[in-house]
Design a protein around this ligand. Structure first.
Ligand SMILES: [Zn+2]
Ligand SMILES: [Zn+2]
Length: 95
């Protein structure tokens, strides 16, 4: 069972399903983490801690059954490896 939290630890969670993909997204919205619309033009809902502002997960409006967890919020993600880089055309030159 994987566990995680936001920065201030007001929100703690457990992951009870397998993490099937670990994608590094290079889209501008993820870089800025401010948009409500994904680079694809589809609506994306981002969920934050209301106290510390940590982004925790996101969900596409069309496929709410899939949740994209911000992997950096896991307490221990050492067993996971990136499976894909997406939106690489908008990646910063240093990435
Ligand atoms: Zn918090
Ligand atoms: Zn993105």
């Amino acid at each position: 069972m994987l566990t995680g939290s936001c920065l201030c630890r007001t929100i703690r969670y457990e992951v009870s399903v397998p993490i099937t993909e670990l994608r590094a997204c290079h889209c501008r919205d993820c870089q800025k983490s401010s948009g409500a619309t994904a680079g694809s033009g589809r609506t994306l809902h981002r969920f934050f801690c209301g106290d510390c502002g940590s982004p925790l997960f996101s969900r596409r409006e069309l496929t709410p059954e899939n949740m994209a967890l911000r992997i950096g919020t896991l307490d221990d993600s050492s067993g996971l490896k990136i499976t894909a880089h997406i939106w690489t055309r908008s990646a910063r030159p240093w990435a």
